[in-house]
Design a protein around this ligand. Structure first.
Ligand SMILES: Nc1ncnc2c1ncn2[C@@H]1O[C@H](COP(=O)(O)OP(=O)(O)O)[C@@H](O)[C@H]1O
Ligand SMILES: [Mg+2]
Length: 252
């Protein structure tokens, strides 16, 4: 039986007092990938950001309800006193729609967040940088240009670097917000293949606008309706391409 990794109980997220997520309850399975689908503007990004408390970076945002995450084999009350927000964000990593590389070298993109959060010595850092670049199949492409600016990489390489940067912090849960939306077909497929490899080691929660992608990759699918209702699709719907497109045509 699949175990749970994230539990939302009556979660609401309000911007300037207006609810964007309104009383949502949901259990997200460990492993995955779990896909979150829904119309543009339905609150998918906001829901994802609620899981690692990133919405708190907006001063006019208020979160109500309860969110628990399974970390290190224990349930942690994400909005309680169990865990500081910075620690939660390291253990629940996030990759965004547009590759947000830092204006630094390829190596520094990984080592700077590492130094800022974990006090590792230089050699430990070097080992970890190589390992995560190998994990995202970028090592062979960049090993001779590690000091080059990250901005000189292609879009797909930059997105894999962002993934490597997140993995270097050794998260347990990975949130991915439309991670292939800005990439061409080949680069998108590379990220998809990576997700299939990473699902054995991390709980993956993926927001996607692509039904085909959800059909190919998802183990669980939830559909968010205007922030106020979440519907779980049965596997016989999302594992059958035609059934998924038919169901979503009616749903969103
Ligand atoms: N930081 C913010 N401040 C104010 N409103 C926001 C903010 N982020 C999102 N919203 C609003 O919340 C709603 C849902 O947005 P979002 O979560 O980005 O939807 P989706 O990812 O499904 O497209 C939108 O109406 C959007 O304008
Ligand atoms: Mg979004």
């Amino acid at each position: 039986m699949t175990s749970a990794a994230i539990r939302l109980e009556h979660l609401s997220v309000l911007f300037s007092g207006k609810p964007v997520i309104d009383d949502i309850s949901l259990v997200i399975a460990s492993g995955g990938p779990t896909f979150l689908l829904g119309r543009s503007g339905s609150g998918k990004t906001t829901l994802l950001r609620a899981i690692n408390r990133l919405n708190e970076c907006f001063p006019d945002c208020e979160t109500r309800g309860k969110m628990s995450v399974q970390l290190g084999g224990e349930w942690v009350d994400a909005y309680g006193r169990d865990i500081p927000a910075e620690t939660l964000r390291r253990r629940v990593g996030m990759v965004f729609q547009n590759p947000n590389v830092l204006p630094l070298s390829i190596t520094r993109n990984i080592s700077m967040p590492l130094e800022a959060t974990l006090s590792l010595c230089t050699s430990e850092n070097q080992d970890r940088i190589e390992q995560v670049l190998r994990d995202v199949h970028l090592w062979d492409e960049v090993k001779n240009r590690l000091s080059s600016p990250a901005a000189t990489l292609s879009g797909g390489q930059q997105q894999r670097l962002c993934l490597a940067r997140t993995l270097a912090l050794q998260p347990e849960i990975l949130l991915l917000d439309e991670p292939t939306a800005s990439l061409d077909f080949k680069a998108a497929r590379q990220i998809e293949d990576l997700l299939l490899e990473l699902k054995a080691r991390y709980t993956l929660v993926v927001v996607s606008h692509s039904l085909s992608q959800a059909h190919r990759l998802a183990e669980h699918v939830h559909v968010l309706h205007e922030g106020s209702r979440i519907e779980t699709l049965p596997p016989d719907v999302f594992k059958d391409r035609e059934a998924l497109f038919a169901a979503m045509g009616e749903l969103i």
